[in-house]
Every structure is written in structure tokens, then in C-alpha cells.
Design a protein around this ligand. Structure first.
Ligand SMILES: C[S@@+](CC[C@H](N)C(=O)[O-])C[C@H]1O[C@@H](n2cnc3c(N)ncnc32)[C@H](O)[C@@H]1O
Length: 256
């Protein structure tokens, strides 16, 4: 079989030609997950190929062959010039972003076998990355953000450990959100423990600063709360998504 992932003779030239249009994969884990979930990765560099392949032997034998064909060693100063913040694994790569059309189709397809997560105007890039990682782990259909944060920002991709390629990630307006019964998480809602969340649910979470927007509340079918002791105002956004997805899985939802 022809390997579609080939090292190029001029990886840095390829990098500079493609960098503006592709997604930065920062670190070994992001590259490993992207390859594992079938991202197209035209170029990958490291300052220490032997160390990167040792990591592959240890952590990713399933994609080791692809990484071996892909990774090119470059001098440290050249690597540092390519990334905003050097990663401890000294690996970086560029990947093609999945087509928006395909992602929207996946998000809107019904019947749905796992929920869509909506982050309503999230502000923190690290939170968004952590939520995408959770969605990938629980096999959620996807993560949709509203507002100005770019869910494919390099810091989000780094926080998500490259797991954007294991779920569908897009930014939409509230009016464009995927179909399905919407359960919006809010400390004033009904206790989640009394509910079974359906597989076709849209699970919506508010902004770190201001909670759920008026538009989102108007679209919601149910307001749902996570158990929390009085005097505590709220949980962290990503933590709230984790508890909600866990509740969905513990009451019958995937994963196996
Ligand atoms: C950090 S909180 C937002 C706090 C914000 N200051 C507010 O006024 O709501 C981010 C989001 O996490 C979810 N969340 C946090 N704690 C929750 C709880 N106890 N029950 C339900 N949802 C919660 C909600 O969706 C909330 O909008």
C-alpha cells in the first residue's frame, strides 16, 4: 500500500508554504492522535527523531510506521522558530482541517447515537481544549462553540491533545445549532441525577464569565443542574462537561 504520509525533501519549505492554511499540531501527543484519527499531515518535524520514535514505540506502536515516514529532524533553532511555545517533546506538525461541510453534516445527522456539546461563548482556550478531549474520550458526536473563540486555535488544539480529529469541531451561531433536545447546564436547573440524558441530546454549557446567554436559554428544552453544595457558585466549565458526559455514560450512553 502506498503510504500517503511521506517526508518531503524540504520540510521547512513545505512548512512555510502551508503554515497559514493548516492546523498546528504542537507536540508528540497531538501528532499521534491526529494520525491515529486519520488527519492528513503533510509535514512533521522534530529536533530529535530518535527520541520521538522511542516515544512512538512506547506510546503509539499502532502509528509508529507512519510517524517514522513523516518525521524529519531539524535543528533546534529552526524548530523554535516554527512554534509559539516549544513543546517538551520537541515535535511539531501541520494537519489539514476537516472540511466544514463534512463536519456540519456529522453534527446535524439524525438519529444521533451520542450527544453534541455546545459551549456558549467560551472565553478560555484551555477549557475549550479540555472539552474537546473529553468529547473525544466519551465518543460524543462533536463540540460546537458559539461566539468569537476559534475552537481550532493552536492553543485549543494543544489543550485537546490533537483530539479534534476524533470528533467534529465547529463554530456556529445559536440559530445554527444542530437539532435535538437541548439540555442546558445551569446551577438553577433540575437535578441531573433524576434524569437520563438521551443519546441525541444537545448538551449546552455557559460562558466562564457570564453563564448561558439569553439566546441559548431561549433555545433550551431543559435546564439541568449538577449537584453542588450551597455557597459554592459554580464549577469550572470543562469540569461541568466532564460530569455531564459521565452522567450520560453512567445512565446508559456509550462508550462500551
Ligand atoms: C464557570 S460556570 C459560569 C459561571 C458564571 N459566572 C455564571 O454566572 O453562571 C460555566 C458553566 O458551567 C456550567 N456549570 C457550572 N456549575 C454548574 C452547576 N452546578 N450546575 C450546572 N451547570 C454548571 C454552566 O453551564 C455554566 O454556565
Amino acid at each position: 500500500m502506498t503510504d500517503p504520509y511521506r517526508s518531503t525533501a524540504d520540510p521547512l519549505g513545505t512548512w512555510h508554504r502551508l503554515a497559514d492554511d493548516l492546523v498546528l499540531l504542537d507536540g508528540f501527543h497531538a501528532l499521534k492522535h491526529a494520525v491515529r484519527f486519520h488527519a492528513r499531515v503533510p509535514v512533521a518535524v522534530t529536533t530529535d527523531r530518535r527520541a520521538a520514535l522511542a516515544l512512538a514505540d512506547e506510546l503509539a506502536p499502532d502509528v509508529r510506521e507512519v510517524l517514522e515516514a513523516l518525521l524529519t529532524e531539524v535543528p533546534e533553532e529552526r524548530y523554535r522558530a516554527l512554534v509559539p511555545r516549544p513543546h517538551p517533546t520537541a515535535v511539531a506538525a501541520l494537519a489539514e482541517r476537516p472540511s466544514r461541510e463534512d463536519q456540519l453534516e456529522a453534527l446535524r445527522r439524525m438519529p444521533r447515537t451520542a450527544p453534541v456539546i455546545v459551549l456558549d461563548n467560551p472565553r478560555n482556550l484551555g477549557n475549550a481544549g479540555a472539552v474537546i478531549r473529553l468529547a473525544a474520550g466519551f465518543g460524543a458526536t462533536g463540540v460546537v462553540t458559539t461566539g468569537t473563540l476559534d475552537p481550532w486555535h493552536p492553543t485549543v488544539v494543544r489543550g485537546g491533545a490533537g483530539l479534534h480529529f476524533a470528533t467534529a469541531v465547529e463554530r456556529l451561531s445559536v440559530a445554527e445549532l444542530p437539532p435535538g433536545p437541548m439540555f442546558a447546564l445551569d446551577p438553577e436547573g433540575d437535578d441531573i441525577r433524576a434524569l437520563k440524558l438521551p443519546d441525541d441530546a444537545v448538551l449546552a454549557f455557559g460562558s466562564e464569565r457570564t453563564g448561558l446567554s439569553a439566546d441559548l436559554r431561549a433555545r433550551a428544552d431543559h435546564l439541568v443542574s449538577l449537584p453542588m453544595r450551597p455557597q459554592v457558585s459554580s464549577y469550572n466549565l470543562a469540569t461541568s462537561v466532564a460530569m455531564t458526559l459521565y452522567h450520560w455514560s453512567a445512565t446508559g450512553g456509550a462508550p462500551a
